[in-house]
Design a protein around this ligand. Structure first.
Ligand SMILES: *Cc1c(COP(=O)(O)O)cnc(C)c1O
Length: 422
């Protein structure tokens, strides 16, 4: 089935007389007729829900939908996008090991990788994805266990060169993890370009209405865990009475280990209600992405031609440095986020934002309502000037996230605010 059909139909399959809409199972616990059955569940010898920290039927339906949309063998929802990226890396790396990450990524991820994971003894080595493969390879060593990138970076809108990054991961014999939050599986399917693991902040377009914080990890099921670098996948897990992930779960080894080991221990589980709302959001994802992209393209063209605007970062613009990669990997469009810088720098950017009437200043992106943010003083405030530059952010950059209101109204609001900022 096509993506727009999967958005609506995948995940929940009601039986005769069941509710047509995915029910909200707001329950921590499940009922069993015998102690013997509970024992089997704890041995992972039969399928079923045990406790909502590990799994829940409402959450499971959304996981199945996202796995189908990304083309993976399984998925696990988390309480946030941050938890999704953290768990996907902790599932691969331990203290003393490192991973490569492109530098142009979300500010929260820069902190997680560069500060908090560093304290855990796991080193993120930031790489400039525009450099040639040989230069990227030089950053790795025998302790490298993953390559991480964003398919479309927040907020600098750099498009990942999947061919180069998957060649990098392949030659290191480690998985390529792709945070696919911005384009969503409607506009980009990283597994088709060599990615092994996909993550999302579902707080953005998947939910789409700014109602629920959440994350998701999807497993392609294609990585060979028996190449000698990942003994935890091939040897008995002492914290799980000797389960051996590759032997017992085959292609789903990564996602099962993430759930029964890391979700069990770290507990960053989503609430069933958030999964319920996010699933409702995903039903209209294909429609919304189309509209977001159409309006963003018009807004980018308008901004590019405006005398106060110094530069516009939107990969669907013909002159953008990532236009070739966008056409190749995201031929149907990228996302509804347009980042741009004003000639008058930080002060003018702030005057512009304060003059907006329809677009609201919020610490969010990618929902139905048009919004703006000044990355240098908000999401990326913790970054040094050097890190800001690496992340592709200038002090005067405004991140505009176009909503699904009338395009005419959005453009009129931009025009009047630019006039006042002059
Ligand atoms: C927002 C975001 C995150 C973090 O997700 P939360 O749901 O806010 O924890 C991670 N990656 C990208 C690309 C994001 O935009």
């Amino acid at each position: 089935m096509k993506q727009d059909t999967l958005c609506v139909q995948a995940g929940y399959k009601p039986k005769n007389g069941d509710p047509r809409v995915l029910p909200l199972y707001q329950s921590t616990t499940y009922f069993y007729e015998s102690t013997e059955h509970v024992g089997k569940l704890f041995d992972l010898a039969c399928e079923g829900h045990m406790y909502s920290r590990i799994s829940n039927p409402t959450v499971a339906a959304l996981e199945e939908k996202l796995a189908a949309m990304e083309g993976g063998v399984g998925a696990m929802m988390t309480s946030s996008g941050q938890a999704a990226n953290l768990i996907s890396l902790l599932n691969l790396c331990k203290s003393g090991q490192n991973f490569l990450s492109t530098a142009a990524i979300y500010g929260g991820t820069v902190n997680l990788f560069g500060v908090t994971m560093k304290k855990m003894g796991i080193e993120a080595r930031f790489i400039d994805q525009d450099k040639p493969l040989e230069a990227l390879l030089a950053a790795a060593d025998e302790n490298t266990r993953a390559v991480f990138c964003e398919s479309l970076s927040n907020p600098s809108m750099a498009v990942a060169d999947f061919e180069k990054l998957s060649a990098l991961a392949k030659s290191l014999q480690v998985p390529l993890i792709v945070d696919n939050t911005f384009p969503t599986p409607i506009n980009c399917r990283p597994f088709e370009w060599g990615a092994d693991i996909v993550t999302h902040s579902s707080s953005k377009y998947l939910d789409g209405h700014a109602s629920s914080v959440g994350g998701i990890i999807v497993d392609s099921g294609r990585f060979n865990w028996e190449n000698g670098k990942f003994p935890d996948f091939c040897q008995p897990d002492e914290s799980y009475h000797g389960v051996t992930y590759v032997k017992d779960f085959g292609a789903a080894a990564f996602i099962v280990k993430a759930r029964v080991q890391l979700m069990r221990d770290l507990g960053s589980a989503p609430s069933p209600f958030n999964a319920y709302l996010t699933n409702m959001g995903v039903e209209t994802l294909a429609l919304r992405m189309q509209r977001h992209c159409e309006t963003a393209q018009k807004a980018a063209l308008f901004l590019e031609s405006h005398p106060l605007v110094e530069s516009v970062d939107y990969p669907d613009l013909p002159g953008n440095r990532y236009n070739g990669l966008a056409k190749k990997y995201m031929p149907g469009g990228t996302a509804g986020v347009v980042s741009f810088s004003l000639k008058g720098g930080r002060e003018q950017a702030i005057r512009f934002m304060d003059a907006l009437q329809l677009a609201a200043i919020v610490v969010h992106v990618a929902d139905t309502r048009t919004c703006v943010l000044h990355p240098a003083s908000a999401t990326h405030r913790q970054l040094t000037d050097g890190q800001l530059k690496e992340a592709g952010i200038s002090p005067g950059m405004v991140r505009l996230s176009v909503g699904i209101e009338s395009c005419e109204d959005i453009l009129a609001d931009l025009a009047q605010a630019l006039e006042k900022a002059n």
